[in-house]
Design a protein around this ligand. Sequence first.
Ligand code: MLT
Length: 311
Amino acid sequence: LAATPRAAQAQAYPARPITVVVPFAAGGPTDTVARLVAESMTKTLGQQVIVENVGGAGGTRGAGQVAKAAPDGYTLLLHHIGQATAPSLYRKLPYKVTDFETAGLITAVPMTLIAKPGFEPKSIADVVAYVKANKDKVTYGNAGVGSASHLCGMLFMSAVGTQVTTVPYQGTGPAMNDLVGGQIDLMCDQTTNTTGQIKGGKVKAYAVTTKEPVKSLPDLPTMEAGGLKGFEVTVWHGLYAPKGTPADVVAKLNAALNTALEDPKVVARFADLGTEPEPKDRRSAEFHKTFLTAEVAKWKPIIEAAGVYAD
Ligand code: MLT
């Protein structure tokens, strides 16, 4: 039987380079994950998988661009927990979470609370006291409303009961430059971006945001141990295609992504950066879809209680 046009399309896919949009500036944690995965998927798929950084509006500009792209498998989105928080943070979001096909989860990255070199407070408890006493002076860097660094900052300020000045960047790559340079005081960012700076003594590190300590950063207590009860946030990442992308194409992408998560180079680099691939039983496109829906529902009341909106 002659292959149907769609099946023929899927068999031929990919016939040309694939673009993966990272909705934050180059040099940040999302970009780091994307470039590692893209390098491996290029080998598996036999076509260049090219990372394109589209920053702005806490990741929603890049996500919105992919939501409107042709559903042919040649324009993808690699995004993180912001995909689940944006619908609650942006009341006029130019796309819906259902405008995407899920193509699989990647990794759930711990976050670290860090400060500029020489920042006065010694412990996380001292940071809390300092922020309360200097709320008009302290500055906090993030990647815009909807970013993971914004989410962590929102949780931190809610826990401390104090709002400080936030300085938004196109990503925490650029934000990190200003933190290391002392232009901003505090940031909460993923170990994929902070491990090198912490081990290099370029920033002051206070805590990790995971339930358990992070093996590669053994000296850092958890936020919970530092006195911030129940403070827990990890930044999960996933791959997406525009809604309507043929199921066989999505399946091919999910398979290539799963190969990347078994790639020794990817696994070793993730470990150096304080993270690891999602466990095998969480790697299907279907699991990603169910998980994303649950995360949208999970973060909605938390964001509404914090009363933080972008628009
Ligand atoms: C975030 O805060 O969401 C990320 O750090 C942004 C980025 O990857 O630069």
